[in-house]
Design a protein around this ligand. Structure first.
Ligand code: CMC
Length: 431
């Protein structure tokens, strides 16, 4: 028998039944699409803590057990056994690619990595000290002014080309934001390099000498991209879906996602973690910061700690901490004071009753900044890197939404607590 749930108005005694839908994993959901029509009431869930906003087949998270899977594959397997391009294909098309599919996909992405030459003018309009995320929002939004030939969202070929363009151009856009801040010439992508290698090459090469991408660092970058590629219906992905639900073009939607990711509660946390570790400065000061994080009257939080969904160790953080050790080892960095502070902070927080009770564990952003810093990537670029990796997830989720026959424009309602109707007062009579 199909599952239902009953809702009763205790004052009038009226009762309604709503269907309960079962997914393939995770909690059931109450289907409240007819709730307003039948009860004349809205549901109230600011922050969407109990709301499933869509049906999706892409990513599954079990926050209590610390499980993350893409298309059914655990993140640990993908991070260890695949490269980023394979994971991107998996997110977009639902299956891991065969060798033939992989070669074709790699070619499709590689041949879209260049930016229109006029983007040089676009970049030079920014201040040199502009934040890379500000530049990313602007440049990605502007893509729709350059690539009009793929803007028809109802045409599957257009959708595919836009998707490839976004994934392919994002490393170029991010690396050029960095080059622009330095005043160095832009470095063009190279078709013989992998996605991760190409990004590092465009970041660190100059026209003056040969630049060899370090394979250990390229592997680490590839893994970091995999770990950030998608994460279910988080704030930026929901932003992309909501923007896309109105029929906006994909470049505009991804620019909206970048804006949402920028905040310190979301992707901006990797930058905030490093700023925090620098501010702590010495292991001796950790208790002082932990005390502040627990103080209700202080809005300081331990950045890189806690997650809306994970009430257990974030599986990405575990892989990230291993990757961090590999990178520091490769770069022969024996003493990294920030890593020492991070490890001690993690140890102290994980033994503290406040963090234990609230189930606050390190998240993906806790160690990523230390790796980026060791690689020579400046702090302001950290969130831009997150955006570059998450673009694949965003476009996969956007495509899924457009292809969903149930798709409607997203239009939440509200609990209105403002003034009710009142008499207009002319200015002269206002007090
Ligand atoms: N340090 C200290 N206390 C915290 C922290 C923290 N990092 N995170 C949550 N809390 C406390 C919070 O004060 C609240 O306490 P109380 O119940 O007494 O009011 C309780 O834990 C629940 O927090 P919340 O803010 O209601 O939880 P949320 O699900 O709305 O927020 C979060 C999740 C990630 C925004 C939050 O944990 C946070 O601000 N963390 C720091 C920023 C961060 O690292 N963000 C990266 C998230 S992972 C990358 C990504 O996918 O974006």
């Amino acid at each position: 028998m199909a599952k239902t749930i009953s809702v009763k108005d205790d004052q009038t005694g009226k009762a309604w039944k709503f269907p309960v839908l079962e997914g393939t994993a995770g909690p059931d959901v109450v289907d409240i699409r007819k709730f307003y029509a039948e009860t004349d009431m809205f549901t109230y869930d600011p922050g969407f803590t109990s709301t499933g906003s869509c049906e999706s087949k892409i990513t599954f998270i079990d926050g209590d057990k610390g499980i993350l899977m893409h298309r059914g594959y655990p993140i640990e397997d993908l991070a260890e056994k695949c490269n980023f391009e394979e994971v991107a294909y998996l997110l977009l098309f639902g299956e891991l690619p065969t060798e033939k599919q992989y070669k074709q996909f790699e070619r499709d992405i590689t041949y879209h990595t260049m930016l229109h030459e006029q983007f040089h003018n676009f970049y030079s309009g920014f201040r040199r000290d502009g934040h890379p995320m500000a530049i990313m929002c602007g440049v990605v939004g502007a893509l729709s002014a350059f690539y009009h030939d793929s803007l028809d969202i109802n045409n599957p070929d257009h959708r595919r080309i836009s998707t490839y363009r976004l994934i392919a151009k994002m490393p170029t856009i991010a690396a050029w934001a960095y080059k622009y801040s330095l005043g160095q010439p832009f470095i063009y992508p190279r078709n013989d390099l992998t996605y991760a290698e190409n990004f590092l090459y465009m970041m660190f090469a100059t026209p003056c000498e040969d630049y060899e991408v370090n394979p250990v660092l390229a592997k680490a970058m590839d893994r970091i991209l995999i770990l950030h590629a998608d994460h279910e219906q988080n704030a930026s992905t929901s932003t992309v879906r909501l923007a896309g639900s109105s029929g906006a073009n994909p470049f505009a939607c991804i620019a909206a996602g970048i804006a949402s990711l920028w905040g310190p509660a979301h992707g901006g946390a990797n930058e905030a973690v490093l700023t925090m570790l620098r501010e702590i400065g010495d292991k001796k000061r950790i208790p002082e910061f932990v005390k502040r994080a627990k103080d209700k009257n202080d809005n300081f939080r331990l950045m890189g700690f806690g997650h809306r969904v994970y009430k257990n160790y974030d599986p990405r953080a575990r892989i990230m901490s291993r990757t961090c050790a590999e990178v520091l080892n490769e770069l022969k960095i024996k003493n990294n004071p920030l890593l020492d502070i991070a490890m001690e902070l993690e140890r102290i927080a994980l033994e503290d009753d406040y963090f234990i009770e609230k189930k606050l564990y390190p998240n993906v952003d806790f160690y990523s900044g230390i790796i980026f810093q060791a690689m020579g990537i400046p702090v302001t670029m950290f969130t831009a890197l997150f955006a570059l990796a998450r673009t694949t997830g965003w476009v996969a989720q956007w495509q899924e939404m457009i292809e969903d026959p149930q798709q409607k424009i997203g239009r939440p309602r509200q609990l209105y607590t403002g003034q009710t109707k009142r008499k207009f007062v002319p200015m002269k009579s206002r007090k």
